[in-house]
Design a protein around this ligand. Sequence first.
Ligand code: HEM
Length: 407
Amino acid sequence: MSEEAIVDLAALGEEFARDPHPTYAQLRGRGPVHRVLLPEGFTAWLVVGYEEARAALSDPRLSNDWRNSPGAADTEDDPWANPHMLISDPPRHTRLRKLVVREFTPRRVQALEPRVREVTDELIGAMLERADGRADLVRDFAFPLPAAIICELLGVPFDDRDKFHRWTTQVTKEWNGAEAEAALAELDGYLKELLDDKRARPGDDLLSGLVRRREEDEDALSDSEMVGLAVLLLVAGHETTTGLLSNGMLALLRHPDQLDALRADFSLLDAAVEEMLRHSGPTGTSLHRFTTEPVRIGDTDIPGGGELILIGNTPANRDPGRFPDPDRFDIRREAGGHLAFGHGIHACFGAPLARLEARTAVRSLLERCPDLALDADPARLAWYPSVMMRGLPRLPVRVRAVPDAGS
Ligand code: HEM
């Protein structure tokens, strides 16, 4: 391949944050891998083709372990050093994932269903009570629903949710080295205290379950592994689901024919959620991968020694070679095989919970809010300036029609 200049995605500014797809389509037309400068402030190899992305996600020569990045500090004091499965390779990854999957059973997910319904109903009820019929679907719904559920799953007091929102947003979407590290350190300190509390007063939640295992099984998670897991679940399981609910509802509200079709036939619900994930999923890219030896992706040779690779879930899901007419939002299409939940050994194991929340949320919103409509020009909505996570800080809607509510 001829040497390509670095593609400066950061310079594309708000326009790219709002709609990255034309840029990704252009890049894909030139090849499946490009060297890019990200709005997050660093340079990486970005994989934009579907087949190449899928293959890269299960390529054992690409490491998730930060210790394979050039100049990584492997110190116990570094908050990033709290090991968790998403920043681990086998065999550590295999051990950590197995220990958690044992506790994160289908039964535990199913047991959360009544709570998902209850919180959904409460949140919709509160929005409908507003005199002006207006709401911010992120603040009033898409954020608090998964926040309540992940807190319930982990046994984190829901009163602390605002702190979590700040920490997890800083870590995922407003990436700024020093602030993100400070947020992570605060979250870390909080979770250490929480674990002490679980030890003293165990409940039915996941963290208590893991603490209990510790007493029975010496291979069980250590304290720092449990903190790492809790951080991972809070970040991975919370901002992502918020993004699915808000990006997905925006896609639906922008396509009234699809909205009407779904309202008329809720047997389309599962397919609609998959299409929301494919068309408007919240994970722009995978987490970092580092080369441990030279690799060839598409026609690009990438050196070994810790080159940073990001695998583009969002661009892969719009690859016309895999999904015909990929920019069309079509809840009847075969969206299976999308990469919104990743692929390979790190594929999201929270997917059943995310799907449960999305199906419940979307159906209840459509059933209880027959006049639900956007309350902003979709072309002017602000998006977080991140390539790794795609999300909206706000999504103004009208949850019910109010005569003379003005505009
Ligand atoms: C719509 C919601 C969600 C989306 C789009 C999503 C997406 C993803 C993706 C793309 C990965 C792989 C990242 C990579 O390979 O670099 C991942 C991993 C993971 N997700 Fe999710 N996720 C969602 C919700 C959740 C929930 C609700 C939980 C937990 C309750 C969760 C827990 C995890 C964990 C623990 C991993 C790491 C798995 C491993 O390294 O083996 N996620 N997720």
